[in-house]
Design a protein around this ligand. Structure first.
Ligand code: SF4
Length: 769
């Protein structure tokens, strides 16, 4: 049976606009600048990124033509004495860890060229995210500093050490505060180094700050169960998943890990067992997770809290007020169905929320406790240590600087001058600190305000370790010698605190052998070979919920009311760009957003009907003015699935000091983030107005013409088994090839075939990098 469903590659095709009809006549939507690219001028002049996309990203034909040109000759010098482990043409593999996820790094003749998943990685062994895949390019980033900087001039490490130690001694003598500000540190050795530094300079405090924060969940668990932790979520144990705005297959906490768990209940093996999980997604913006849901319900940001109250009432039979969704009948109906299914799946269901509001997360805890999730789909006893940031501590740190109480500050893998909610207030307060040191590989927005930039190597040039989950340890080991005169931040801190062991390799090894090896029973050499070692997991306990919810619900209702304006603005992490730390990575800029397929830009997304109602057309440039007065001009993307009354803007863009590829790409949305009730909030309100300008976005989805062919071919398994050409439209019958036995083509080596289980594929895009 041929499917009678119809698919369109975009709204232009659906509406059959005159522009679409015209562009569909050509294979390439825009003329390719082949002449420019092939001419010497074209290759030597700066190529605008849009032309670059046209020539190389979108135009295979252009690349093929370019490949016909004579390649320039590069001379290489062979080894005089070949290192024992290097055989030209035969790669070496090293295990390491990127952002807490174990990886396997392929090196060829001493150079790392590919990052892949470490098959020994246990919970992380099924795949890596696009950031890990693209991370190898960061190593070769030419925007990095080659030497440390002191007062904006290149300096030697001994000059840096003398300056910092002198200023630290002054700070200590003054009795003022010293602060180390970092994003979440999940390295046991780095934490130990910080503790040693605190012992040497007792007025020091370590402030952990994540621009995209999970403080709300951590605080909610502290309030609900006395456990200040981010739990381990087990999506693989959930027959029913209900998410309120958590993009758990993309950016929420541990997307690559959750994707593997999720797919294990939805891949071809589960189909064979006739068992598949159910997934409901309630959200404002269209997320990668939303595109995979069985049922996706668009709700406004202000409806998320009332929806959770309604769900709690329906699951527990309570009558908390504020749980009505009078203007969203579809969501109201869906919630009743979800409540029924949650009751039927007690102990096998999971409810998650992407909110960073403590009260919202307490209510989510109450629902999960009521459906028996603790001890099954949620584990509080083997917690995730990937995010430990505390938003209130960072806010207090800015106040301390403002009051003139801080004498010295060190920034480690953090860049608040770009991503703090009020970067201007942060920068003004920072000016009152005597000693400001940044551990960074470049002059980024924060380093630019510092006295010293102690340049750090890439993780592929570093030693270290990670403890992403309780009892789960992985190694960071160098795959190449440091290319520039960098020094690991931990080593600098050891030197500045006059530690007994100042070599960080030795420190990591000592730390492992004395503190971790006894629990995991594997030697240092085994750790270097395996990459990951684990201690026996603790038994996941069951937890009951006994808090009164009155104050919690009052707070949720008040927050919901504050959001009820014309346009509710949702600022979110996009799958390619995340929080913007890797904004200078052209692989990631080039990676199309999995939903909108836009590259190299952020934009404001509105629902088609919303845009029509406001009189805006796609690619109109709109001024987006937040409730705090911050405003940016962004091109409009019309996004089916976006909830009416809401708009979405991605974080991670608008960097001004990251490097040639990432500077001034898109606009910074972090200033829309607000701080209230102890946590950062990513939901706000905005006013929109048209500037009269227009900017076309580079979208891969709509670029190519399919020339009348079906975008998706569908058939039933029964028909496919009868005829493998079933569902292929009017095309001729397929000849079935067997690559191993019957194919008669000339065999030069191995035959390869690639098959993707489309039930398991979420469309994350990591494999494109
Ligand atoms: S897009 Fe699909 S196949 Fe590619 S990495 Fe993501 S899940 Fe895997």
């Amino acid at each position: 049976m041929e499917s009678n469903k119809k698919y369109w590659k975009g709204l232009e095709e659906y509406k059959n606009t005159p522009d679409f009809v015209e562009s569909n006549k050509n294979e390439f939507a825009e003329p390719l600048p082949i002449e420019d690219v092939l001419s010497e001028a074209g290759l030597s002049t700066v190529t605008p990124r849009r032309d670059f996309l046209k020539a190389l990203g979108f135009g295979l034909g252009a690349v093929t033509l370019a490949a016909c040109q004579k390649a320039p000759v590069h001379k290489s010098i062979p080894y005089l004495i070949r290192p024992e482990e290097v055989v030209p043409g035969i790669p070496n593999y090293y295990v390491s860890t990127f952002n807490g996820s174990p990886v396997l790094v392929k090196t060829v003749v001493g150079r790392p060229i590919k990052v892949e998943v470490n098959p020994n990685g246990g919970v992380f062994s099924r795949g890596t995210d696009s950031q890990a895949q693209a991370s190898v390019l960061d190593l070769y980033d030419v925007s990095k500093l080659k030497k440390p900087l002191l007062k904006k001039k290149e300096a030697t490490w001994s000059e840096i050490d003398a300056f910092v130690k002198g200023e630290l001694n002054k700070a200590q003598a003054s009795g003022k505060k010293i602060r180390i500000v970092s994003s979440s540190l999940n390295s046991p050795s780095a934490k130990s180094v910080v503790a040693d530094f605190v012992a040497k300079y007792p007025t020091t405090k370590h402030v952990q700050y994540d621009a995209v924060s999970y403080t709300g969940i951590i605080k909610a668990n502290e309030n609900s169960f006395g456990k200040s932790v981010l739990p381990k979520y087990n999506f693989d144990k959930a027959d029913l998943i209900v998410s309120f705005g958590a993009d758990f297959l993309g950016t929420w906490i541990s997307g690559e890990e959750f994707t593997a768990q999720y797919a294990s209940n939805r891949d071809y093996k589960s189909l064979e067992k006739k068992k598949m999980s159910r997934h409901f997604q309630f959200e404002a913006g269209m997320s990668l997770t939303g595109t995979n849901a069985d049922t996706r319900v668009p709700i406004k940001l202000s409806e998320e809290g009332p929806a959770l109250i309604a769900l709690y009432n329906a699951v527990t039979g309570s009558t908390l007020s504020g749980g009505a969704l009078p203007n969203n009948v579809y969501a109201d109906k869906a919630l009743k169905l979800v409540a029924k299914e949650l009751q039927q799946n007690r102990g096998k269901a999971l409810v998650v929320s992407g909110s960073n509001d403590v009260s919202t997360q307490i209510l989510v805890n109450a629902i999960n406790a009521a459906i028996g999730s603790y001890g099954t789909t949620i584990d509080l006893d083997n917690p995730c240590k990937r995010y430990e940031g505390n938003d209130a501590e960072f806010a207090e740190f800015v106040n301390e600087m403002n009051r003139g109480e801080v004498a010295a500050v060190f920034f480690l893998n953090s860049n608040p001058a770009y991503d703090a909610t009020n970067a201007k207030a942060f920068s003004d307060a920072l000016a009152k600190v005597a000693l400001k040191v940044s551990f960074s590989d470049r002059v980024d927005e924060t380093s630019d305000l510092c006295d010293a930039v102690a340049i750090t190597p890439n993780y592929l040039e570093s030693w270290g370790d990670a403890n992403t989950y309780e009892g789960y340890y992985s190694i960071v080991q160098p795959t190449i010698n440091p290319v520039f005169a960098s020094r690991q931040a931990e080593q600098s801190l050891l030197i500045w605190s006059d530690a007994a062991v100042q070599d960080y390799y030795q420190y990591v090894r000592n730390n492992y052998e004395s503190k971790i090896q006894p629990a995991v029973g594997k030697s240092w050499t085994e750790l270097l070979q395996l990459g990951v070692v684990t201690a026996p997991a603790r038994t996941a306990g069951t937890y009951g919920f006994s808090l009164s919810l009155e104050a919690v619900v009052a707070s949720i209702v008040a927050s919901s009311k504050a959001l009820q304006k014309d346009i509710e603005l949702h600022v979110y992490e996009s799958v390619p760009m995340r929080d913007g730390k890797q904004a200078n990575n052209a692989f990631l800029q080039e990676l199309p957003d999995p939903v909108s397929k836009v590259t190299w830009d952020n934009y404001i997304a509105l629902a088609p009907k919303q845009a029509e109602k406001l009189g805006y057309k796609e690619f109109d440039i709109l001024t987006v003015k937040g409730e705090n007065g911050y405003s940016v001009d962004l091109p409009l993307l019309i996004q089916p699935g976006q909830a009416m009354g809401t708009a979405s803007v991605a974080l991670g863009y608008g960097r001004s000091k990251v490097g040639k590829a990432g500077d001034n790409v898109g606009k910074n949305a972090f200033p829309f983030v607000s701080f209230s009730n102890g946590t950062l909030k990513y939901a706000t309100t905005a006013k929109l107005s048209a500037t009269g300008g227009r900017e076309e976005l580079a979208q891969t989805q709509t670029h190519h013409s399919f020339e009348g062919r079906n975008i998706i071919r569908e058939t039933t398994l029964k028909d496919y088994l009868k005829d493998p050409a079933a569902g292929s439209g009017n095309h001729h019958k397929h000849k079935v090839y067997d690559l191993w036995t019957t194919d008669k083509h000339e065999k030069l080596g191995n035959d390869w075939v690639m098959a993707v289980d489309l039930n398991a594929c979420t469309g994350c895009g990591s494999c494109i990098v």
